[in-house]
Design a protein around this ligand. Structure first.
Ligand SMILES: [Zn+2]
Length: 63
């Protein structure tokens, strides 16, 4: 009776991974020295902007 549980766990895992792959970055802002440091909650990328707005693209694929 373990297989149904394993299947459910596998489906949940795939759903989470696929969501992560397709979901856009979720930038969170951290103020630092008058600038905005943005950290992506989805992939962990960090960047700074000078206009106070979050980046539009995910930086995960840019090294
Ligand atoms: Zn990201």
């Amino acid at each position: 009776m373990l297989y149904p549980i394993l299947i459910i766990l596998a489906l949940v895992g795939v759903a989470i991974l696929s969501n992560r792959a397709t979901r856009e970055c979720r930038w969170r802002e951290y103020r630092r020295d008058g600038r905005s440091l943005w950290r992506c909650a989805a992939c962990g990328a960090e960047t700074e902007t000078s206009n106070g707005k979050p980046p539009k693209t995910c930086l995960r694929h840019h090294g």
